[in-house]
Design a protein around this ligand. Structure first.
Ligand code: NAP
Length: 606
């Protein structure tokens, strides 16, 4: 069908009724908001803790450490690694301690090893410091083990192993006013005192297990996707799970993790029950081995150029050609809707542009639903797999095998908008029907969108005993997403009130460079105390909130999920980021550096 844009009368080429689709989106959203269980998570009881512990490496006994260092880095994932690397590169200090919960570096890539694990952002831009370490990923989308190995390569390259305490978690972090130092205590009895603290704990470190009646009675095997039990399943990140050949397996959740794991589980399990609460929208992947001739032709600076191409597209302000050219980067073109009209979109007025974008978003959803109908043979299953929400409501997923998996006779889709009714000793009950299973895998995600003590497992106490949880109870407060008034020399290296759209490691690296530069600058000027003024911080918080208003309106119309705080948009994953995107954010920061007076920061010596 053709519809006309409201102001200009330009025809839009779409083959569905947009009003009917929008009405369906609204109904689905409302019905989900009414249902029990959305955002309702708790840890299993102590006898069955399936989301902590380390199934990959034994914990080695060691004596507690008591020491004083210049910089303490909390977290040894890419955030911590990049911070350590950039501090060394800027010759800031060698007096560094890194505390990491895992048995090695890697963070989320240490814990997540499930079969099928890959980065879904292109590896040539996702894997950081490729030029510095001289490494080229073997595929456009690297497997998990290659990413983990790259994390360890960075640690070796920058000499970071000597600074690490593995299998160690912070239990408290307190500012000692008299000495102008932070004191960190750990679960291994360590006491580390540091002038500066860099928090790089990552948003995906506390796994979520939904609250389901009877969950602790289950007698079979049960684990979270981030603690995969290969002893039970056999195989590896690349599949081959022979331990499941005679097993009935349930996987709960159909987010990006499950989308990657399900085709592998379907290959190996006798029966696979996929428990879906909200269908995921899965776009084409198109992975390929790296063309080594292309790799050899790359000139210095190529990775930065690729980052710019990708980030500018994701912010809908493209620079140069689309070097990444994949589902993420092309989403720019689709979002604008140029392919749906015959006139240049630059000629459309504001009202038409907004409407065209809405239609383009609906069009994208329709393409996915059409694809599902084409691939999935059973019409009832196809219907259940169709997503009914805007494409920005959930993290996009990519796979060339996911929908095909539902044509296998051993795969059963259990659609349960109300979640699982109950778990029995040997079964899950969904929609009133019991399904006997030997193993339950929770691919139910992580606790994101909050910065309170519960998520990271320790409270941060700043000047005059104020806690970060209390300071953030009405929302994040920072200057530029790095520092918070009342918490001197404490830096947030993860997602905060800074630019971020899709490539997490790019954001981490840029933040690491900024902090390394700032510490180098502070030292050169014989200062050792960094804290934002309350006024500068308030102005930045206002900027973030004002710029987020249009996006908040979009999320309010979304189906519940962690992107929109399960309907509570103040807790949404993106609620606090700098809405114009990364390129624009770093332009602000570059200008801040050029101005030369570290506006908004108090730098002094104590
Ligand atoms: P997620 O996106 O939070 O998805 C969790 C899934 O569990 C959703 O399908 C959710 O359904 C479902 N769920 C939650 N509670 C449930 C319940 N009580 N009953 C039934 N289903 C329930 O988690 P994830 O898939 O682990 O992904 C987390 C993040 O990790 C992603 O957003 C992405 O940033 C990252 N990730 C990246 C990659 C990559 O780059 N390769 C791969 C995987 C993950 P609802 O939608 O109804 O809430």
């Amino acid at each position: 069908m053709m519809i006309e844009l409201p102001v200009s009368g330009v025809e839009v080429k779409i083959d569905f009724d947009p009003e009917a689709v929008m009405a369906r989106y609204g109904e689905e959203r409302e019905s989900r908001l009414q249902r029990k269980g959305f955002g309702d998570f708790e840890r299993l009881d102590d006898q069955r803790d399936v989301s902590s512990g380390d199934p990959f490496m034994p914990v080695v006994e060691r004596e507690p450490v008591t020491e004083e260092v210049e910089v303490l880095i909390l977290g040894g994932g890419f955030g911590g690694l990049l911070t350590g690397a950039r501090l060394k590169e800027h010759n800031v200090t060698d007096s560094i301690r890194i505390i990491e919960q895992g048995g090695d570096f890697g963070g989320t890539w240490y814990w997540n090893r499930y079969p099928g694990l890959r980065c879904d952002v292109e590896s040539y831009i996702y894997l950081p410091l490729l030029e510095e370490t001289g490494y080229i990923p073997t595929q456009k989308y690297s497997e998990g083990h290659e990413i983990l190995e790259h994390a360890q390569r960075i640690a070796r390259h920058y000499g970071l192993y000597e600074h690490a305490l593995f299998h160690t978690a912070a239990s408290s972090l307190t500012w000692v006013e008299d000495e102008s130092l932070w004191e960190c205590r750990t679960d291994r009895g360590d006491v580390v005192r540091a002038r500066y603290v860099m928090r790089a704990n990552g948003p995906l470190q506390k796994s979520r297990i939904p609250r389901i009646p009877g969950i602790s009675k289950f007698q079979g095997e049960v684990f979270h996707s981030s603690r995969w039990n290969f002893e039970y399943t056999g195989g590896s990140n690349q599949g081959g799970m022979t331990g499941l050949n005679d097993k009935r397996v349930a996987i709960v959740g159909t987010g990006p993790t499950a989308i990657q794991a399900i085709p592998y589980l379907a290959e190996d399990a006798a029966e696979l029950f996929v428990v879906q609460r909200t269908p995921c929208a899965v776009d084409a992947r198109g992975n390929a081995p790296t063309d080594m001739e292309w790799a050899a032709s790359l000139r210095p600076g190529w990775q930065a150029e690729r980052h710019l191409s990708f980030n500018s597209r994701m912010a809908q302000q493209p620079v140069g050609e689309d070097l990444v050219d994949d589902g993420f980067s092309r989403s720019f073109t689709y979002t604008m809707g140029q392919h749906l009209v015959d006139v240049p979109i630059g000629e459309l007025g504001m009202e038409d542009t907004v409407r065209l974008r809405q239609l383009a978003d609906l069009w994208r959803g329709q393409q996915i639903r059409n694809k599902i109908e084409e691939i999935v043979e059973d019409p009832r299953t196809a219907e259940m797999l169709k997503p009914w929400y805007g494409s920005g409501c959930k993290r996009p997923s990519f796979s060339d095998t996911y929908y095909q998996t539902f044509n296998r006779p051993n795969v059963h889709l259990l659609y349960s908008p109300d979640s699982i009714d109950e778990i029995r000793e040997n079964a899950i009950v969904v929609g009133g029907e019991a399904y006997e299973v030997d193993c339950i895998i929770f691919a139910t995600g992580f606790d994101t969108g909050t910065f309170d003590a519960g998520v990271y497992g320790y409270e941060v106490r700043g000047r005059e005993g104020r806690t970060l949880s209390d300071t953030f109870k009405d929302g994040l407060k920072s200057l530029h997403g790095f520092y918070t008034h009342g918490f001197p020399n404490f830096f947030e290296l993860g997602l905060s009130q800074n630019g971020y759209i899709a490539n997490f490691t790019f954001m981490l690296d840029q933040k690491a460079v900024h902090v390394a530069r700032l510490l180098a600058h502070t030292k050169q000027n014989a200062r050792n105390h960094i804290e934002p003024t309350e006024d500068a911080q308030s102005a930045w918080v206002k900027t973030i909130r004002d710029l987020n208003k249009p996006r908040t309106a979009y999320f309010m119309n979304c189906t519940p999920g962690f992107f929109n705080g399960y309907g509570n948009v103040s807790r949404a994953f993106f609620a606090n980021t700098y809405a114009p995107g990364e390129v624009a954010f770093w332009e602000v920061m570059n200008k801040w550096w050029e101005d030369g007076n570290c506006e908004g920061l108090i730098l002094r010596s104590v």
